[in-house]
Design a protein around this ligand. Structure first.
Ligand SMILES: [Cu+2]
Length: 68
C-alpha cells in the first residue's frame, strides 16, 4: 500500500533525510521518499505490519506535523 503524507514543515533536504531515515527504519515500511518541493512523503508499506497512525507518530516524533 502506498500513501502520500503531507508534511508542511519540510523546508530542506535535511528534513527529508531525517524523515526518510526514520520511516525506513520502521518494520513494515518498504520505502519512504520525501520531496522538499511538494512537501509530500510517499510511503510504501505493508498495512498488515504497520498502520498509518504509526507512520504518523514516527514523523511527529521528529517534531513535524503531518496530514494523512
Ligand atoms: Cu530542513
Amino acid at each position: 500500500m502506498i500513501i502520500d503524507v503531507v508534511v508542511p514543515g519540510i523546508h530542506c533536504t535535511g528534513c527529508t533525510g531525517r524523515i526518510e531515515r526514520i520511516l525506513n527504519k520502521q518494520e513494515g515500511v518498504t520505502s519512504a521518499k520525501a520531496d522538499v518541493n511538494t512537501k509530500l512523503v510517499t510511503v510504501d508499506f505493508d498495512p498488515a505490519v504497520i498502520d498509518t497512525a504509526a507512520i504518523r507518530s514516527a514523523i511527529e516524533r521528529l517534531g513535524f506535523t503531518c496530514e494523512i
